[in-house]
Every structure is written in structure tokens, then in C-alpha cells.
Design a protein around this ligand. Structure first.
Ligand code: ADP
Length: 161
């Protein structure tokens, strides 16, 4: 059976933690679709186009990974894309409660879709997009946590005020 996984998130911006999950998924599934949520209620720092572009640049090395934006219900987007697995990353116990609830709700909405979780390598467990933005905003060095293109965009964004 050909398994297509959809990996949804805000990716504001993509971090080395996300990339670690994508790299693992690319080895496990025939196709991986990274689905970037427009998510206007989170008031993202980067607009949808920028978030998609940054992801496209860092995943160019994987020939079975593609990037899309979406603003509808995830289970509907998954269906449209022919995905049979929803992929999420788990960092710590603190992620678990929310992810468990989300997986349960998505199963109610679409019982044929399975949610699967991957954990990142140890050095990425503490990385979150929101913490990266805070460090960059305050002038800290984020080069260990995000790819080079993201680092440049963060510097540009915050230098311009
Ligand atoms: P969302 O707004 O849906 O939480 P994120 O972009 O923050 O979107 O995260 C997308 C997915 O990637 C989530 O499942 C999240 O738990 C996971 N994730 C985020 N950061 C990491 C990381 N450092 N390591 C592993 N998974 C991560």
C-alpha cells in the first residue's frame, strides 16, 4: 500500500526540529505533504507565502516531499491530497495532551485517517518556533536552531523593526 503522510502545522518559521521530523518521514512514507496552515488566529510573523517558500527551499533535497498551504479543515485537505496518515511531531509530555485531543477529534471527523507521531533527535526536543522568534526579536543567535535561510529572514524582519 502506498502511504501518503500529511504533516500539518503553522511552521512560523520552519525549524531544525520540523526538518528532523520531515527527514524521518521521507524515509518512512512514499510521499510526504507538508501542509502549512494559514492560521490567522495565531497572527503569524511570516505570511503564508513566505512560510511555504522557506519550507520549499529547505526540503528541496527530498524528492518525495512537497509543500502546500491550506485554509480549510485538515481532514478535508488530507482527503483532497489523497493522504492516509496525519503526521505530528512530539517533543515533550507538554505536547501530549493537546496532540492527543487533536488526534481524537480528527478521528471522529475522519475515522479512516490515522494520526502518527514521530519524535525528533534529542538536540531538537526543546526547539519551538515561538521561542525562536522571541530569541531573534531580542537579538540572540538562532543559527543552531533554524536553517540559514530562516535565520536571514528573521534577522531582516527584526532589524527592520
Ligand atoms: P502547530 O501550530 O500546528 O502546533 P507548529 O508549526 O508549531 O504547528 O508544529 C507543527 C508540528 O510539528 C506539531 O506536531 C509540533 O508538535 C511539531 N513540532 C514543532 N517543533 C518541533 C520540534 N522541535 N521537534 C519535533 N516536532 C516539532
Amino acid at each position: 500500500m502506498n502511504i501518503t503522510a500529511i504533516y500539518p502545522g503553522t511552521f512560523d518559521p520552519v525549524t531544525n526540529g520540523h526538518i528532523d521530523i520531515i527527514a524521518r518521514a521521507a524515509k518512512l512514507y512514499h510521499k510526504v505533504i507538508v501542509a502549512v496552515a494559514v492560521n490567522s488566529n495565531k497572527a503569524p510573523l511570516f505570511n503564508i507565502q513566505q512560510r511555504v517558500e522557506l519550507l520549499q527551499q529547505v526540503t528541496i533535497i527530498f524528492d518525495n516531499v512537497s509543500i502546500i498551504g491550506f485554509d480549510n479543515l485538515l481532514v478535508d485537505c488530507a482527503k483532497q491530497q489523497g493522504a492516509n496518515v496525519i503526521l505530528r511531531g512530539l517533543r515533550a509530555i507538554s505536547d501530549f495532551e493537546y496532540e492527543f485531543q487533536l488526534a481524537g477529534m480528527n478521528r471522529r471527523l475522519s475515522p479512516e485517517l490515522e494520526t502518527m507521531f514521530l519524535t525528533p533527535a534529542e538536540q531538537y526536543e526543546f526547539i519551538s518556533s515561538s521561542m525562536i522568534k522571541e530569541i531573534a526579536r531580542l537579538g540572540g543567535d538562532v543559527s543552531d536552531f533554524v536553517p540559514r535561510n530562516v535565520q536571514h529572514h528573521l534577522i531582516e524582519k527584526f532589524n527592520r523593526g
